[in-house]
Design a protein around this ligand. Structure first.
Ligand code: MD3
Ligand code: FE
Length: 199
């Protein structure tokens, strides 16, 4: 059963170790077709998290701003969303639609993601589903505007988190990774997948 926190639904250990390993294999094939890159922020600093995407749209950022684009920076189509990943969305999202973007974030042991809102999608009534693999990540949840009290929660390998309703526009980020906390990726690092309906 999910744990409710600030309108988020947290499913600790939703994926078994075998399912995590199978998903990681799917992601290796995905990254071979659509290599990870470090998007430039609009203020000119590269993001510390490396990224790629699958689905009709991929998330992208450069000096011109944040947006979704229909091709990988190399010019090729984004690969399809792996069936193993789509199955999770269908099981937990409650949405009648399938996602059209799976953003893949890779955190090296010193990477983090500052507090931000996800506002580049057209319909905020559609949920976002997140899947964590690899090292533990310290996730921080804020409010609908900057500032105020925040709450923290460790996201561990195999965890699924669903952001719907009032949680969809809360500020959130990853403060740090705990290196060496997961046997899934012996060389370390954390992967987070976020599934979204973009259009
Ligand atoms: C709350 N990713 O890609 S996942 C992101 O672990 C992002 O890589 C983090 O924030 C990560 O935008 C956090 C949890 C998450 C994802 C999307 C959300 C929380 C969210 C969208 C709205 C509200
Ligand atoms: Fe986000």
């Amino acid at each position: 059963d999910p744990v409710e926190i600030r309108g988020f639904r947290h499913y600790p250990g939703w994926l078994s170790p075998k399912e995590q390993a199978a998903m990681l294999e799917d992601l290796r094939a995905l990254v071979a077709r659509a290599p990870l890159f470090s998007p430039m922020t609009p203020y000119g600093k590269p993001m510390r998290v490396r990224m790629t995407s699958a689905g009709r749209f991929g998330w992208y950022s450069d000096r011109r701003g944040y947006r979704y684009i229909e091709h990988h920076p190399s010019g090729s189509d984004w690969p399809p969303i792996p069936a193993s990943v789509l199955a999770i969305w269908r099981a937990v999202s409650g949405s009648a639609r399938d996602p059209d973007c799976c953003l893949v974030n890779f955190y090296a042991e010193d990477a983090k993601m500052g507090l931000h809102q996800d506002r580049d999608e057209a319909d905020f009534t559609q949920p976002v589903v997140s899947i964590s693999l690899g090292d533990d990540g310290l996730f921080r949840i804020g409010n609908e505007t900057r500032g105020g009290k925040t709450q923290s929660l460790w996201l561990r390998s195999g965890d699924v988190l669903v952001m719907g309703g009032s949680a969809r526009l809360l500020y959130h980020g990853i403060d740090r990774i705990a290196p060496g906390t997961s046997p899934l990726m012996p060389k370390g690092g954390r992967i987070n997948l976020t599934l979204r309906v973009v259009t």
